[in-house]
Design a protein around this ligand. Structure first.
Ligand code: PEP
Length: 250
């Protein structure tokens, strides 16, 4: 992992009402006191402000699960980067496979969203990953190549110095199937080599690449032992404060 600071991020998806999110965030803030790992939770939009209030004195940071690239306007139902910043967010998840699958997101919209996040000093977490069909037909590296090349088109390496990439094999999300540590390492190494090819060695060495897909307290340690795994994006297992804190304290 060289000198990269690990990041453990929790994606709460469309779970938890405001009071439930606040309660879990409060428990987490009490359970987690660590300064060697960055920790982030991404609750649903209406819980951002109240959750931000209860974690502000803790080591837990706030993120959003999505944004829209325009700064304001007649875009019913959307949320702008500045709105997320004003709600207390420092991070934003972009291009999660569920957004690609159910809400028509593609590499082009992902690219615009990353640009908007960076313009507003939000740390983007770009999600990439192959489907089960892609993996079976040996398309994994082609798919990832396309998602990275198009998703990051038009950036300079310095603009991307905060970018985080999350490798999330779609077949491992919420399924209980985890990529083996060797499968994760192989893809993370490939992603880092792509970053090196496009943006150079300095960014390739510093960029954090998270693994996501059924991460649990009992598999985090072996994943984190891999040299190119710099943290985790956790869905289901981040919803419970105690379980998530065990992952954070791997
Ligand atoms: C996710 O939604 O990003 C995810 C990895 O989910 P899970 O941990 O539940 O597989």
């Amino acid at each position: 992992m060289e000198n990269r600071r690990p990041l453990i991020a929790g994606n709460w998806k469309m779970f938890k009402t405001c009071p439930e999110a606040v309660e879990t965030a409060m428990q987490l803030a009490q359970l987690v006191n660590i300064n060697t790992v960055d920790v982030m939770i991404a609750p649903q939009f209406t819980a951002l402000v109240p959750v931000s209030d209860v974690i502000k004195e803790s080591c837990v940071s706030l993120g959003a699960q999505n944004l829209f690239w325009e700064s304001e306007g007649a875009y019913t139902g959307e949320i702008s980067p500045a709105m997320l910043v004003s709600a207390g967010c420092g991070y934003v998840i972009i291009g999660h496979s569920e957004r690609r699958q159910y809400f028509g997101e593609n590499d082009d919209s992902v690219n615009k969203k990353i640009k908007a996040a960076i313009r507003n000093n939000l740390i983007p977490i770009l999600c990439v990953g192959e489907s089960e069909k892609n993996r079976e037909s040996k398309e994994t590296f082609n798919v990832l190549d396309r998602q990275i090349t198009k998703g990051l088109e038009g950036f300079s390496s310095t603009a991307l110095d905060t970018l985080v990439i999350a490798y999330e094999p779609v077949w491992a999300i919420g399924t209980g199937k985890t990529a083996t540590k060797e499968q994760a390492q192989e893809v993370h190494r490939f992603l880092r080599s792509m970053v090196e090819k496009i943006f150079g060695n300095i960014l390739a060495k510093s960029i954090r690449i998270l693994y996501g897909g059924s991460v649990k307290p009992d598999n985090i340690k072996e994943l984190m032992e891999m040299p190119d795994v710099d943290g985790a994006l956790v869905g289901g297992a981040s919803l419970d404060a105690k379980t998530f804190s065990e992952i954070i304290n791997f």
